[in-house]
Design a protein around this ligand. Structure first.
Ligand SMILES: N[C@@H](CCC(=O)N[C@@H](CS)C(=O)NCC(=O)O)C(=O)O
Length: 208
C-alpha cells in the first residue's frame, strides 16, 4: 500500500511537497483535486481542507507541505536537501513574503494597493539576490529544501507581471528561478491529471 497524496497541480505548497516526494524516491498515489469540490475522503483525513495532504498506510495524516517534505527527506535524502532546511528563511517567505505576494496578486480580494505590496515583496527578493551572489543556491552550490520551499512562491510573484519582473535588477534571482523552473524535477512534479474520483484506478507518482 502506498501513501496517498491529495494535491492541486497549481498550488505552490503542493508543488514543493511533490518535488520532495519525487527527489526522495517516495512513491505515492496521486489524487488531483478541485479546490471548490474537495473530495470527502480528503476532508475526512484533514478537515482543514488545504492541499497538500499525505495519508500514510497506517492512517497517519501529514497536512502541512513542509512536514511532508521533511517526512519524505527524513526517510531518504539522496541530494542532501535537509542540510538546507533554513527554517528562518523559509518562515520569512511563508509569512511576510507570502503576505505581500497575496496582496500584490489579488488586490481585489484583499482591498490592497498592489504596487505597495509589490515593492515590499521585492525587498525580500533583493535579500535573496544577495544570498545567491555568494552561491548558486540558497544554502550552497546545490539545490536544497530551502530553494524548493521558496521558489514556487517567487515564481508566482514573477508571473503576476512577468514583463515588469523581467526588468528588475535581481540577476541572481532571475537565473536561480529560471534554472529551477527548467529542471527535470519541476517538470516531473507538474504532471497534468484529471481530477480524482472515488473508484478511479490509482495513479502512481514516482520517478523513473
Ligand atoms: N500551510 C499549508 C497551506 C496550504 C494551502 O493554503 N493550500 C491552498 C492551495 S495553494 C489551499 O488548499 N487552499 C484551500 C482552498 O483554497 O480552498 C501548507 O503548507 O500545506
Amino acid at each position: 500500500m502506498l501513501p496517498v497524496l491529495y494535491s492541486f497541480r497549481r498550488c505552490p505548497f503542493a508543488m514543493r511537497a511533490r518535488m520532495a516526494l519525487l527527489v526522495s524516491g517516495q512513491a505515492v498515489e496521486l489524487r488531483e483535486i478541485v479546490l471548490r469540490a474537495k473530495p470527502q475522503a480528503m476532508l475526512d483525513a484533514s478537515p482543514k481542507g488545504t492541499v497538500p495532504v499525505l495519508l500514510l498506510p497506517d492512517a497517519t495524516v501529514i497536512d502541512q507541505s513542509l512536514d511532508i517534505m521533511r517526512w519524505a527527506l527524513g526517510r531518504h535524502d539522496p541530494e542532501g536537501w535537509l542540510q538546507g532546511d533554513d527554517r528562518a528563511l523559509i518562515d520569512t517567505f511563508d509569512g511576510p513574503f507570502k503576505h505581500h505576494l497575496d496582496r500584490y496578486k489579488y488586490p481585489n480580494r484583499h482591498g490592497s494597493d498592489p504596487i505597495e505590496h509589490r515593492a515590499a515583496g521585492m525587498a525580500f527578493l533583493d535579500m535573496l539576490d544577495q544570498r545567491l551572489a555568494a552561491s548558486a543556491f540558497l544554502c550552497g552550490p546545490l539545490r536544497t529544501l530551502a530553494d524548493v520551499a521558496l521558489f514556487p512562491f517567487v515564481r508566482q510573484f514573477a508571473a503576476t507581471d512577468q514583463a515588469w519582473f523581467d526588468t528588475q535588477p535581481v540577476p541572481q534571482v532571475h537565473a536561480w528561478l529560471a534554472g529551477l523552473i527548467a529542471s527535470d524535477l519541476f517538470g516531473a512534479a507538474m504532471l497534468r491529471l484529471p481530477p480524482w474520483q472515488p473508484g478511479d484506478a490509482p495513479v502512481l507518482f514516482a520517478t523513473g
